[in-house]
Ligand binder design. Structure first.
Ligand SMILES: Cc1cc2nc3c(=O)[nH]c(=O)nc-3n(C[C@H](O)[C@H](O)[C@H](O)COP(=O)(O)OP(=O)(O)OC[C@H]3O[C@@H](n4cnc5c(N)ncnc54)[C@H](O)[C@@H]3O)c2cc1C
Length: 347
């Protein structure tokens, strides 16, 4: 039997994770990408298992966290590149109420993987503005997005094929694209998926985000401090700070407002002098119910979508791409939470 020929459109985080999982299962993968990436490359790549608003665990983190640790380390070995960096994330509590929520949860078994018990050092921590004490998160990490995406794309090129250029939807006739035949087509176009002729009516939204790269001598370099925004140390006294959230905008440029908003948020964490070195803007592919868009077209059984990773793609993509590969190659059922069939559209 020939190995399954699969064409993947988009080499962002989604397309690259899906490609690697399918290659792992013996598929013959071709990846098309136009090198216009506005999300995966701009992202800070932070992985934070907690949701601070109500001090809860993120969706399925007990499954996502161990799997992503395994996945990124395995891909580091395969690509010979370092990009996965565990880091302590320190939450500077924003109120007495938030501190109490943390203290209530920190000794619970179901939070022991994610919260250190607050110590007197955490209460007195003085390397960031400290009004209500602080708590340290376990199993936080960040992915060096540039290094990850470049290494993964080269690896896919070595183990499959990469076409650099725009995917032309009009050239897809059934399962033939530019005279080559494929068994399946998987669309991973990020926010540009709105333009897709087959999946464009799915409720995919564009959530713009901006980040700053700053230089400062007064911010901790061994931890990522967090309140209203995150400050991620990059080495040599430089840091990434973000992000903003702007809904229903299709502009991609950086703005004065974005810069001012981030600096205002950072002022809740530090009063050290800050020099802005760079500013970037991107578009997250988000979904109203905060769950990804994965599945198969109702009338084109060979067309599939893997999109809508939202604000936490680097946390979700490793396991969800594995589950997608299990579905596509081994016919395992897709979870209803992510399956596009949950939207009552004609797709
Ligand atoms: C400012 C900002 C900060 C973020 N911070 C974090 C963070 O700290 N942690 C985290 O987990 N997530 C973060 N995210 C979210 C994360 O970036 C996304 O969840 C994820 O990267 C989406 O990946 P994707 O592959 O689906 O989309 P994309 O990265 O947009 O990739 C889609 C790819 O498809 C290509 N493409 C599209 N259409 C075509 C076509 N017709 N032909 C050829 N190629 C095409 C595009 O050029 C692109 O390369 C952040 C996002 C932003 C904007």
């Amino acid at each position: 039997m020939h190995s399954r020929r699969i064409l993947i459109v988009g080499a962002g985080l989604s397309g690259l994770c899906v490609a690697s999982q399918l290659i792992e299962k013996g598929a013959n993968v071709t990846l098309v990408d136009n090198n216009v990436n506005y999300s995966s490359r701009i992202a800070a790549g932070m992985i934070n298992p907690l949701v601070f608003r109500r001090m809860t665990k993120g969706w399925r983190v007990d499954e996502f966290v161990p799997f992503l640790q395994f996945f990124y380390v395995q891909m580091e070995e395969k690509t010979g590149t370092s990009f996965f960096h565990p880091i302590v994330i320190r939450r500077m509590f924003s109120s007495e109420h938030e501190r109490e929520l943390w203290l209530k949860k920190q000794s619970r078994d179901d939070f022991s993987e994610y919260m250190h018990v607050v110590t007197s050092e955490d209460d007195q921590y003085d390397r960031a503005i400290n009004n209500f004490g602080s708590g340290r998160i376990k199993n936080g990490a960040y992915v060096d997005t540039e290094a990850f995406l470049n290494a993964m794309k080269s690896w896919v090129e070595q183990n499959g094929a990469v076409i650099n250029g725009q995917f032309d939807y009009t050239q897809l006739k059934g399962t033939t694209y530019n005279r080559a035949h494929y068994d399946d087509i998987v669309f991973c176009e990020g926010y540009l998926g709105k333009e897709n002729p087959w999946f464009g009516s799915l409720p995919l939204h564009q959530t713009k985000g901006e980040t700053l790269t700053i230089h400062s001598a007064g911010i901790p370099e061994d931890e990522s401090v967090n309140r209203k925004c995150f400050i991620l140390p990059l080495g040599n006294q430089s840091f990434k700070v973000g992000s903003t959230y702007e809904w229903h905008t299709s502009t991609l440029h950086t703005t004065e407002l974005g810069r001012a908003t981030i600096l205002e948020k950072a002022a809740h964490l530090t009063d050290a002098p800050i020099e802005v070195i760079d500013q970037a803007a991107g578009i997250r592919p988000t979904v109203i119910d905060r769950r990804p868009l994965i599945g198969t077209h109702q009338s084109h059984a060979n067309y599939h979508v893997f999109n809508g990773l939202g604000t936490k793609g680097y946390l979700l993509a490793p396991l969800l791409s594995k589950e997608f590969a299990d579905y596509l190659i081994d016919n395992k059922p897709l979870s209803e939470e992510v399956n596009i069939q949950r939207f009552n559209t004609t797709i």
